[in-house]
Design a protein around this ligand. Structure first.
Ligand code: TXA
Ligand code: MG
Length: 324
């Protein structure tokens, strides 16, 4: 099992151990405000290979590079004016920008899967301090086996990757609970490559421009990692359930009971008060709990499509998609 250091009680030791392990070329699980990440030195091809191996991740799926400040970002990518405004408004935070990589950037091609762009983000919370001390970008996908649900706690990471990992930093439950929103600006158009923890409506409000959605989830070639079946629990998934069948687990929203739920293996409500932020923060943990209840199918009650509901529904549709 991996060593776990609590960043709330031992912040200095957490940073020192993390930097030491990263310098050895070993990945470290770090808390970000979205989900826990599996981080490695983005300039070291051996470390990046270790991430792909540990996750069982296809190598055509590029990793996001995490930076601690704008100076570090500028050393690796070039900003168009709109992307710069987004960075200034929403970093640190749950936004990833796809930007052209600079020739001088030391981020290895294995991290970008050979593309001439980098996915880059400044995370909020403890991981940012780790990056600042390490002094170089950290490539970090979510710290889960490829295709499985993303981790929102150190315990989730330990259960999935603990036997292969040396170190997990524990900062408590992830505040946002959904991966970052991914945006690519092209000829002044804002393209949404992945809905996530930053509501696209906030981006529209700031820029006064429409955020363009791909025609359907996973249809864009630009985000090669966005395979249709992703975020999959072990159980099958049934969406927009209006009732609950015997032996199903139920995850609902907004405190509205569904007929038949007394026969469910477990009943969880993402947010009894109907708050989408709270629902996002609970989503992955509840999927894991429902999975562990022994249900063959997880039924989801309807979730509203507005705001963070877009990202929540995106994850649910991927969880329900046919498995490879
Ligand atoms: O919130 C998050 O974004 C979390 C935390 C750890 O920061 N990370 C995360 O990473 O979700 P991951 O590897 O699960 O998802 C990264 C996605 C890839 O699937 C890929 O589609 C997209 O980012 N991506 C990365 N670099 C890209 C690039 N150069 N062009 C297009 N898409 C890219
Ligand atoms: Mg992931």
């Amino acid at each position: 099992m991996a060593e776990i250091i609590d960043t709330r009680t031992e912040p200095d030791r957490a940073i020192e151990r993390a930097c030491a392990v990263l310098s050895e070329g070993e990945p470290v699980a770090i808390p970000t405000e979205t989900v826990y990440g599996l981080a490695a030195d983005a300039s070291n091809p051996d470390s990046i290979s270790r991430i792909y191996e540990m996750k069982g991740r296809p190598r055509f799926n590029p990793l996001i590079c995490h930076i601690s400040d704008m100076a570090m970002a500028e050393a690796h990518v070039t900003f168009d004016p709109i992307s710069r405004r987004l960075a200034e408004a929403f970093w640190p935070g749950p936004l990833t920008l796809i930007l052209p990589q600079r020739r001088e950037s030391a981020v290895h091609a294995l991290a970008s899967a050979g593309l001439d762009t980098l996915g880059i983000r400044m995370p909020d919370g403890f991981s940012r301090q780790v990056i600042a001390r390490f002094g170089r970008p950290l490539a970090a996908p979510s710290a889960n086996t490829s295709g499985k649900i993303s981790p929102t706690s150190a315990a989730h990471v330990q259960a999935d990757l603990g036997s292969r990992l040396k170190l997990i930093l524990d900062a408590g439950p992830a505040e946002i609970g959904l991966e970052s929103t991914i945006i690519k600006v092209e000829d002044g158009a804002l393209r949404l490559l992945r809905p996530g923890g930053l509501d696209a409506a906030e981006i529209e409000k700031l820029t006064g421009r429409e955020v363009l959605r791909p025609e359907s989830a996973g249809s864009t070639i630009e985000a090669p990692g966005m395979l249709a079946s992703h975020y999959a629990p072990g159980a099958a998934v049934r969406l927009n359930a209006e009732d609950v069948r015997a032996g199903e687990a139920l995850i609902r929203f907004g405190g509205r009971p569904l007929p038949g739920e007394s026969g469910a293996t477990i009943v969880l409500d993402l947010s009894p008060g109907g708050n989408l932020r709270e629902a996002a923060a609970n989503l992955f943990d509840y999927m894991k709990q429902a999975d562990a209840s022994g249900a063959r199918t997880i039924a989801f009650g309807p979730v509203p499509e507005e705001g963070l509901g877009e990202a929540i529904i995106d994850r649910l549709q991927r969880a329900a998609a046919p498995r490879a």
